[in-house]
Design a protein around this ligand. Sequence first.
Ligand SMILES: [Zn+2]
Ligand SMILES: [Zn+2]
Length: 422
Amino acid sequence: MQFKAIRGFKDILPSQVGTWNRIESEGKRIFEVFGYQEIRIPMLEKVELFARGIGEDTDIVSKEMYTLTDRKGNQLAMRPEATASILRAYIENKLYEGHPVRKLFTIGPMFRYERPQKGRRRQFHQINVEIIGDPGPKSDSELIYMIMYFFSALGLHDLVLHINSLGCLDCRAPFRGALKDYLKKYGADLCPDCQIRMEMNPLRVFDCKVERCIQVIKNAPSMLGFLCHDCAQHFDALKAHLKELDVGFVVNSHLMRGLDYYTRTTFEVQTQELGAQNAIAGGGRYDRLMKEFGGPDTPSIGFAIGVERVVELLEEQGDWSEAGPDLFLAPLGKEAENKAFIWLQELRKAGLKCEMEYRSLGLKAQMRHADRLKARKVLIVGEDELVKGKGILRDMVTKEQVEVPLDSVVSELIEMKERNWI
Ligand SMILES: [Zn+2]
Ligand SMILES: [Zn+2]
């Protein structure tokens, strides 16, 4: 019997892992420079945590969670996102003590029972970054600046940043009313889901993907017209900071981000490349959520990056090649083989990525092997070279050859690596 992975669950193969590692290590490097600390949270949490945090009537909670009942009858869910868990951990472990502002990030898989299609998986991966404890707008701009810097460091450039403000509870209530009045006029044109949303939570209609709802919402009133004085000032300052930091953006008043907990700043980074699934990162401010979870009243902002989509973009750019070894050792004859075997381990210890074939093969077969592995250089040591005390170092691309003294071959090669000659 042959087994297959579950629908929507994918293996990340050795040929792809290089891209994944590059995204993760570049992220960690940049986040640490900006003062963020890593936190690792569990895969399973109580269902109520997400129902409370994300919103009972969101698609994520009502349709897409992987839930299970454990042996004691507890209702558990595979985490569909990270923010709720991070806040739970922050409160439970009193991470606020001694730290007025906490900057955290986490990287890992999330689970949602969605229809698998291009760019969507049921196990998908996110990089989550949060600033807990600062009301902004400097934090908001810092966070957005960092995410755009991260993407450019990865070599992704044709991205568009959309920003919006969802206001606070005070200014959202009148907006909600105006939106409801507007939607009522088109009630019959909306999809059945939106007919319910219109009454329960009209902001959700912005997230609907049904074409006739998209048409109706096009001319809906804008939240930006309803911002109170403080919220308007916050949004103006965010725009000013982004301009000062030379971060380009588009104001998109329809950007709602589908989660109940957002207040004020929301944003999304979009690409034209991936068809309909064009957001590769998004986030926003969630000033009320911490208090709702029973923690101290703490304003916060965060974002999530969809790692699969970033991988896809990098692969489209041809940036997915498996890096070959720096060096392939090609000894000929027993004596050279034994020496090369020791050099191999010493070079690896010094950080050179080296390979060697252990089945005594002829030069041609070894060169073929080096070629298949995509080695940058090959060190050839036959009987003649042993007698002369000099090996031949061949560049596999340019075919250039230089001699390397064998009595100090390990240190010579390490030096070449340091000078980036290998
Ligand atoms: Zn407001
Ligand atoms: Zn709809």
